[in-house]
Write a protein that binds this ligand. Structure first.
Ligand SMILES: Cc1ncc(COP(=O)(O)O)c(C=O)c1O
Length: 408
């Protein structure tokens, strides 16, 4: 008789998005005349930029000609995309990353879930709380997280780093020493960022302790402040301790196309073995490469026209973020994020729980957001809104909140 991987049974049911859907459906059945505005989604809404669509079309045509047809892609990615990414995202910013340290994939979600495979089961992980759930859940599945404590809603072998208003939503160096540290800046869900000086402290700490940082830069395109680093490799010594995850989803709208990459510098070693060699082996064994046409679309992102067009899209979303941030502040809410990130994180008024606030926002304003408690115990009492909606809906949602749900 087969046995299942019983670690999976330790995962608490994730009711977050199914509960939201249930509540929204019930509300719209009971109130068919009400227009619901969804500011809860972490998915983009702008169509793919024309330069990228052009590239996709050309690549599709190539697939229909014997002379230009492409079969399996190289498992680590096409050279044209690896070099464009290494040049534009790193070397142009003064970061020392070579083309062959870039591993192309179909997105940061898979990579952030899979990367833990190259580490021993006995490593201790540290995560921010609240957190993008993949980092934690993938370690639970691998048997690295210990047991779930129903009372604390925490796994007993995981170091949680609370990110609260009191500490500016920044994780503090933990008392216990982690082997693997997950950091994500700009952050989902809090929209918080980190300065280069603060990030340097994490890099120094990791190098001193022999830890690895897995740095998720999925939202780097939203950074506007010059003291916020776009990459962890802007910090000295990061080549010795940091892996970086990159996505084309939020900067260029590839959530449906699927493309990302992971940077594994050759300098990170344990004994005589490099993480680069292990990840290359893992990639080659379990992955057959992102589609050629999508990698061509990805290369178009790095052209001058592509860069101009995607920056215009990011600006569009960031104007939404500004509208939400200003709207909530003028309605009396304590808010953060939304400056270098498409996420706005608000403190619920009157000590309401995240779900109580969700219900109130839905019922009073017909606006949908995401309860902070869904991202971890320290998210309780907070709420996430996103800038990915249309301008019209964002403006209308803020009008409704200001008129009906002022926190004063
Ligand atoms: C922090 C973070 N990392 C990774 C991802 C996933 O990115 P991708 O679409 O490239 O899989 C998301 C998506 O919401 C995210 O918020």
């Amino acid at each position: 008789m087969f046995k299942i991987n019983s670690e999976y049974t330790k995962l608490p049911e994730n009711y977050l998005f199914s509960n939201i859907a249930k509540k929204v459906n019930a509300f719209s059945m009971a109130n068919p005349d009400k227009k619901i505005i969804r500011l809860g989604i972490g998915d983009v809404t702008q169509p793919i930029a024309p330069k990228i669509i052009d590239s996709l079309h050309k690549a599709v045509d190539e697939m229909g000609e014997a002379s230009t047809f492409k079969g399996y892609a190289p498992d680590l990615g096409y050279e044209f995309l690896r070099s464009a990414a290494a040049q534009t995202d790193y070397r142009d910013r003064g970061c020392d990353i070579s083309d062959d340290e870039i591993f192309i994939s179909d997105g940061a979600k898979c990579d952030s879930g899979n990367i833990q495979e190259i580490f021993d089961r006995d490593n201790k992980i540290a995560i921010c709380d609240p957190v993008y759930p993949v980092y934690l859940d993938s370690n639970v599945m691998a048997g690295r997280a210990g047991n779930f404590n129903e009372k604390t809603c925490m796994f007993d072998n995981v170091i949680y780093m609370p990110c609260l208003m009191e500490n500016g939503f920044a994780p503090q160096i933990p008392d216990k020493t982690p082997d693997i540290i997950y950091l994500c800046f700009p952050n989902n869900p809090t929209g918080a960022t980190i300065t280069k000086k603060e990030l340097q402290k994490w890099v120094d700490y990791a190098n001193e302790k022999g830890s690895v940082i897995i740095y998720d830069a999925a939202y780097e395109a939203y950074i506007s402040n010059s003291d916020v680093p776009h990459s962890i490799y802007e910090c000295e010594g990061a080549r010795n301790c940091a892996i970086e995850l990159h996505s084309f989803s939020k900067n260029a709208g590839f959530t449906g196309l699927r493309l990302g990459y992971t940077v594994v510098p050759k300098d990170i070693k344990a004994g005589g073995t490099t993480l680069h060699a292990l990840w290359a082996r893992r990639h080659a064994t379990k992955y057959n490469g992102a589609p050629y046409i999508v990698q061509r679309a990805g290369a178009a992102v790095y052209t001058e026209e592509g860069q101009r067009q995607i920056k215009a899209q990011v600006s569009y979303y960031m104007e939404n973020a500004r509208i939400i941030l200003e709207g909530l502040k003028s309605a009396g809410y304590s808010v953060s994020g939304g400056v270098d990130a498409p996420y706005i994180w608000l403190k619920t008024p009157d000590k309401m729980t995240s779900w109580e606030f969700f219900d109130m926002l839905l019922n009073e304003c017909n606006v949908v957001g995401t309860p902070g408690s869904g991202f971890g115990p320290s998210g309780e009492g907070y709420f996430r809104l996103t800038a990915f909606g249309s301008r019209e809906n964002t403006l209308e949602a803020m009008d409704r909140i200001k008129n009906r749900l002022s926190a004063f």
